[in-house]
Design a binder for this molecule. Structure first.
Ligand code: 5AD
Ligand code: SF4
Length: 460
């Protein structure tokens, strides 16, 4: 029976969809699009897998360990399906795109394999699967951007807004251009509309998302135009963005961040390696000198800005000297935080063909050195805040204590403090008295204290 009809005839017995998400924030945003599509076509959404008729797993392919985690989950679902043969299992996202029929062929568990550009077809594919026809839809599109779909979000503080999809950069280690296809941007108008609606619903922070977010382009409008227009919708909403590419970090964008109080003073700027030879092999399209020049320009234009980065240890042919150059860059920039990875060869990428010649124990050792150095620097950067006062957006209860809140400064410093009278969604002032490399600890202060105090501390 057609689901559209079944919904009308038996409104009480909607089929229930359960979805779990792996990987990056783009996947989180995509999952909200998927739930919106399913709910608009008459499905119920459940947070309890045991009561679901359809289980979707939205997957990540960026590194092998991300895929292994999903494979383990799929094999657990195999046992579940043996006891509940009526349940449909769908694999969505990057692994669906990369592995395609392999997922359906292996083990008789998966009923649907749907790539990131085919989510509009999900209701139709689910319907066919319920009548016994397994489905695969993995065409990549040059235009699909789900511009007209309002993602189904749970109420909260921070909303993720995907503003562009895909990537044309083709870093040689990366599967994203293959699993998510070519770059395409949503219209500026629809993004601004979405922000207005989020403001009406009481969201306090939005993060503009894209694999390569600062290559956003809608006709004559670039990313600096987009973020400017977004930031004026509601000045009480904090605006963040992820992930920019150093090559597209324009002067106009830097000035826009500097000139708008509610655009957060925190930039994630993936460097990947400190060696020009490796950067070239990675096809990162900048030299380390250019990157360091950019960091200087950003710091001069935006006092107190915090910087974070991504780093890969053990790229093919990486020598001890290349590795030292990476440590030098970490030291010279003084990042506030970093995501640090061991190189993971991905089939069909250019670097796959270069071989994976760095032994695992060397990769692990280099990665540990990178992590140790970064932790020391993160701690030092955090210690510079002790005695200062920060404006914190209260997000939720601290993971470690239900007497404390956790929130973040606009510079993205995670801060924990006693609840007192503060409420989730409020911006409060916290005086910092202690820290570790990941978290600041503070107490609430009622007297407004100057933000510049902290900015001076960080720059010194
Ligand atoms: N191996 C290790 N790390 C990778 N990343 C992307 N592809 C790989 C890979 N094959 C990292 C990069 C990127 C982040 C999202 O994931 O650092 O910036
Ligand atoms: Fe992957 Fe490079 Fe594109 Fe980032 S910019 S998604 S690392 S290809």
């Amino acid at each position: 029976m057609n689901i559209f009809h079944s919904e009308k005839l038996f409104p009480m017995i909607k089929k229930q969809v359960y979805l779990e998400t792996y990987g990056c924030q783009m996947n989180v945003a995509d999952s909200e699009v998927v739930l919106s599509i399913m709910s608009d076509t008459g499905f119920g959404i459940t947070h309890d897998a045991a009561s679901a008729d359809v289980i979707f797993v939205n997957t990540c392919s960026v590194r092998d360990n991300a895929e292994q985690r999903v494979r383990q989950r799929i094999s657990m679902l195999k046992n579940y399906k043996r006891e509940n043969p009526g349940v449909l299992i769908g694999v969505l996202g990057c692994m669906a795109e990369r592995l395609r029929t392999e997922l359906i062929d292996k083990g008789n568990v998966v009923d649907l394999v749907v790539g990131p550009d085919e989510y509009r077809r999900l209701p139709e594919l689910v319907e066919s699967a319920f009548s016994g026809q397994r489905g695969i839809a993995v065409k990549l599109s040059r235009v699909e951007n789900y511009d007209d779909i309002m993602p189904l979000r749970t109420e909260g503080i921070n909303a993720w807004i995907s503003v562009m999809r895909g990537c044309d950069k083709f870093c040689t280690f990366c599967v994203v251009p293959f699993t998510r296809g070519r770059e395409r941007s949503r219209s500026l108008k629809s993004v601004v509309e979405e922000v207005k609606r989020l403001s009406e619903r009481g969201f306090k922070e939005i993060t503009l998302l894209g694999q390569n977010v600062n290559s956003y382009q809608d006709g004559e409008f670039d990313f600096a135009d987009l973020i400017t227009r977004v930031s004026v919708v509601d000045r009480s909403i904090r605006v963040r963005f992820m992930t920019p590419h150093p090559q597209d970090m324009s002067d106009a964008l830097i000035q826009t961040i500097a000139g708008n109080e509610n655009i957060c003073k925190n930039i994630h700027l993936p460097v990947q390696s400190g060696s020009n030879r490796i950067l070239q092999l990675m096809n990162r399209t900048y030299s380390i000198e250019h990157y360091l020049g950019l960091v200087e320009k950003i710091r001069n234009a935006i006092p107190g800005v915090t910087l974070s980065t991504d780093i890969i240890a053990g790229f093919p042919t990486e020598s001890e000297d290349d590795h030292q150059q990476t440590l030098d860059v970490i030291h010279n920039v003084g990042y506030d935080g970093a995501f640090m990875f061991k190189y993971s060869p991905r089939e069909n990428t250019k670097s796959w063909e270069m071989g994976d010649d760095i032994p695992d124990e060397v990769k692990v050792q280099r990665l540990n050195e990178i992590i140790d150095l970064q932790q020391t620097i993160s701690l030092r950067r955090n210690q510079a805040h002790i005695g200062t006062t920060l404006e914190i957006l209260v997000e939720r209860e601290s993971a470690k204590s239900n007497d404390e809140w956790m929130g973040r400064s606009d510079t993205n410093k995670v801060t924990v403090f006693p609840k007192e009278n503060a409420r989730v969604g409020e911006i409060v002032r916290a005086k910092i008295h202690n820290c570790n490399s990941a978290t600041l600890f503070g107490t609430l202060v009622s007297e407004p204290e100057a933000m510049s105090e902290y900015r001076l501390a960080v720059n010194s």
